[in-house]
Design a protein around this ligand. Structure first.
Ligand SMILES: [Zn+2]
Length: 259
């Protein structure tokens, strides 16, 4: 082997090494930094799309702290067959005077109800929420501070719906709703629950007027709106005590909604 030939071989080898390194670098740019062994699984694993898109999309449409639940009718499972049922509901509590009286009347007649509570009232009167639940009733959210949700800022509306009492049912104050309110309720994992019969007990028209209104308007599967908060509810308590046995005699039972 001549010296010239040896020098040529050495140069060629050096060039080959440099070219190989350049090739590796070039390929390294084009391919994802995967080890060679991963090529067998690459066929089954779909190529990962731009990794920044997947996590941000769902988070931006719903706050991460709220669970998403399918929207269901909270009365559906309880209003099946030919069983006669009425759903009593009480708004604006819990109230330290009137909520326990309502609970007592319900218990005396073997009835249950759903209490649409305010976050501010829950905070001001701790323990009442637990009393309501312990007696077999359910709790819906009626917002934190009872604003008209169709007339407040988006931030306020969002706060009142997302940060109010824990429930799967939400009754907007005054029944005031629109697509934005309903979208927030749904995004917070709740369903909107309004009512069928409003005996206007909040206006204190007299115990007999409240009873008569309920007996006249209530039909099977109806939701009845009453109040345990927001003022003196003596007429509400007395009317409930009168109307429950009359409705029971008509064959009705009184379950709490699934909230
Ligand atoms: Zn209310």
């Amino acid at each position: 082997m001549s010296r010239k030939f040896a020098a040529f071989v050495a140069t060629a080898m050096a060039l080959a090494v440099v070219a190989g390194s350049l090739l590796v670098l070039a390929l390294g740019h084009q391919r994802p930094p995967r080890p060679a062994a991963a090529t067998t699984t690459q066929t089954t694993t779909p190529p990962s799309p731009t990794p920044t898109e997947t996590p941000t999309a769902p988070i931006s449409s719903a706050p991460p702290s709220t669970p998403r639940k399918p929207a269901v009718d909270p009365t559906a499972a309880l209003a099946t067959g030919n069983k006669k049922v009425l759903f009593f509901s009480f708004d604006d509590g819990p109230d330290p005077v009137w909520t326990p009286k309502i609970l007592q009347v319900l218990a005396e007649h073997g009835a249950h109800a759903t209490f649409f509570e305010l976050g501010a009232m829950q905070a001001a009167h701790p323990g009442l929420r637990e009393q309501v639940l312990a007696a077999g009733n359910t709790i819906g959210s009626h917002s934190i501070s009872h604003p008209q949700l169709t007339a407040v800022s988006a931030a306020k509306r969002h706060h009142e719906i997302f940060d109010g009492p824990q429930s799967t049912c939400f009754r907007p104050p005054y029944g005031a709703s629109n697509p934005q309110v309903r979208a927030d309720i749904k995004a917070a994992g709740m369903v909107e629950v309004l009512w069928d019969v409003d005996p206007r007990d909040w206006a204190r028209p007299g115990t007999d007027a409240i009873v008569h209104n309920i007996l006249t308007h209530a039909h099977n599967h109806n939701i009845i709106l009453m109040h345990d908060g927001g003022g003196n509810r003596a007429q509400t308590v007395a009317a409930l005590d009168k109307v429950l046995p009359l409705l029971k005699a008509q064959g009705y039972s009184f379950p709490a909604m699934n909230c």
